[in-house]
Ligand binder design. Sequence first.
Ligand code: T5A
Length: 223
Amino acid sequence: MPGAFLVVEGPDGAGKTTLVKRLAARLREAGLTVTEVREPGGTPLAEMARRAVLDPSLGASPLAELFLMLAARADLVTKVIRPALAAGQVVLSDRFELSTEAYQIAGRELPRKPVLAANRLATGGLRPDVTLVLDLPADVGLERLAVSGRAHDRIEGAERRLHDRVARAFAAAEGPSVVHLDATRSVEAVEQQAWDAVRRVVKELIPGEPGLKHPSGTHGGTA
Ligand code: T5A
């Protein structure tokens, strides 16, 4: 598949949305066609799943939450991500499968092996070319969201421990595509760290740039 698949991950309030917007702008300035997506979401069905999972009045159980996330991911991969990559575009995703490892496996403590297998089924084995992980203590991210008016002022007890497990899982993530970024730094500094990593991956897609190794064929799996 000729495009490039870039993912931004991290705990709540780590600055993913901020970074995705800035990276998308830089990629477009470089002459690339960018498809921005967020998870869960990005197709009508996935947006329905997002509303369902984020609606506290529905009280999704951990397993129901998992399957809503995976249904959303399967639809997004099939209808948006794979076609955009096949067309040679850069796909920039706010969250992907590492979020399931952090929230459903580490956070909700669902069993690792079957969840990873179900996730692979949902993605058809699609893998990012780079996964930028914004490392930030849970406290700091939740505080940023509180300041921007998007979360409760105080999170305590079980929910607090869940957020700590999630942040630790992101910090411990490893793999060939994973690049850790220090999200305690300024917006500009985080963007620069991210751009350095992304530029290496998309270099040969940039018009007029002498290419490095093409990312083609590294996404894995089948449609
Ligand atoms: N989920 C998702 C799962 O449980 N399993 C899964 O498989 C998936 C895919 C929705 C929820 O779904 C869960 C995880 C989530 O709980 P979401 O919509 O991505 O996911 O929710 P959040 O992670 O909470 O995303 P937010 O949009 O709320 O936070 P962001 O995008 O990380 O942060 P952002 O960019 O909006 O920034 C937050 C605030 O911090 C400031 C910003 O200006 C903003 O005010 N900020 C900074 N401040 C200081 N320094 C920096 N470097 C900053 N960067 C941003």
